[in-house]
Write a protein that binds this ligand. Sequence first.
Ligand code: ATP
Length: 527
Amino acid sequence: MKNEPAKVRLEGITKTFGDVVANDNVDFTLEEGTIHALLGENGSGKTTLMSVLYGLYDQDEGSIYVDGDHRTFTSPQDAMNAGVGMIHQHFQLIEPMTVLQNVILGHEPTVNGLVDEDAARDDIEEICSRYGFNVDQHLETPVEELDLGTRQRVEIVKSLYRGAEILILDEPTAVLTPQEVDGLMTLMEDLRKAGRSLIFISHKLDEVLQIADQITVLRDGAAVGTVDAADTHEQELARMMVGREVLFDRLSRETSVGDPVFAAEEISVLGDRGLEQVSEVDVTVRESEILGIAGVQGNGQTELAEALTGLRPVESGKISFRDADITETGRRRRIELGIGYIPGDRQIEGLVQNYDLVKNALLGNQTIEPYAKNGWLDWGAVSEHADEIIEEFDVQPPNASVRATSLSGGNQQKFIVGREIGHEPTVMVAAHPTRGVDIGSIEFIHNRLIELRDDGLGVVVISSKLDEIQKLADRIAVMYEGEFIRTVDPDEVTEEELGLLMAGKRLEDESVDADAEPVETDSEAQS
Ligand SMILES: Nc1ncnc2c1ncn2[C@@H]1O[C@H](COP(=O)(O)OP(=O)(O)OP(=O)(O)O)[C@@H](O)[C@H]1O
């Protein structure tokens, strides 16, 4: 038996937001030198519990113990002083500043009143060599020039530099390529070996089973149970999370591809900083087809999606819808043509955070019947639409009068997907449609996208999740540095190969190439 106190002990944590009980009398124990995963459906209370531990929220009831000492945190600063660090999903780094400046920000060592960069550099190099990070070679590089995997390591180094012994990682693998995920897993193992204690939030059961020592499942704000990773499996975890069996099968393709409905020819698009992000790319979307666009975030997919949907102008090239040239057509008209869009960034583009769900249900619908009639808005119809989305997509809490900001990330995503599918589009461009969504809801959203395809729509799915792309797409185009570097048949490429392509690597076996378009997807090809 261990006599030492646990590294962290949360006892009877309850946190409410109005009527919503986000954490309901939760007990949680993190042992020193272990990795403890926190699993649960969207809105089950994971982020809230970790925000309590990190001093962002004050719990209504319950106690926090670190190394056996009772602690009261009124700010993240208090938590950091007790050795707790949190790596958020949206990195908190200042992009134009260098890695060194970011790591020491607010904790600059000084000599004679001046920042002692040499001392800081020595400390950071010591941390990097102890844990096997390779961040020290980038110390003078502005963060904006780094890929996402390296930025994430900078965030971790920043926490360690501030003395973190307990690291909370909130869905750290959501934005990484498979190779970067492997790198992060190795890093987490090295941190564990060095005695650090980690809490890992993820929706990916295979990752959790691979890396965690213990797994705690939350459901509806309460802890359902804690199990040893060595003694459990995916189906059991899914059942604990969702309360029912979840299917993990590939979805079958039973339709044949129709005529081209939407096409872009040799389009080039500029990014936010005026640099070319998409370079002479061709896209053809056919009826009854899902075109998957795979790529690591930042390789031009967002700019491409915005150009296709009319949110960003093209520098050159042509976009057509059926036989009409719509290159110069704005977003409003493209909505009327039925070009739907599930945007990748729900915080900024998808929702107005301070609006309630009724107003958010109207976004993009302002000129469409039955919401707009003779220049007037029919709020009754909009409110009904909001209630329908909430019911069909199981948005929690089921109350259209709450503001978007009070929904968990996954529930915000479900609301957006529901609203956009509700527009009855002819073409759907879906960017990261299940980002931050739990496994039960992923299954539901995937089935809805498949239904759209089976109803004859052309669908474009942009995702950095390989399993998602492979499951949904009839044809996969891989984007790297603004260009399509390969088009592949999802049945003939492995996840590993896709990951390599996304990282810009060529494959040994070039036979996976399937440029011949469209890829056969009828039932004959399935057999
Ligand atoms: N600031 C807030 N104001 C009001 N309600 C909130 C707030 N933050 C969270 N909630 C509610 O608390 C519940 C738990 O949310 P939380 O973000 O902790 O879930 P989660 O398990 O992290 O979900 P996800 O996997 O979707 O990120 C949800 O019902 C959410 O709507």
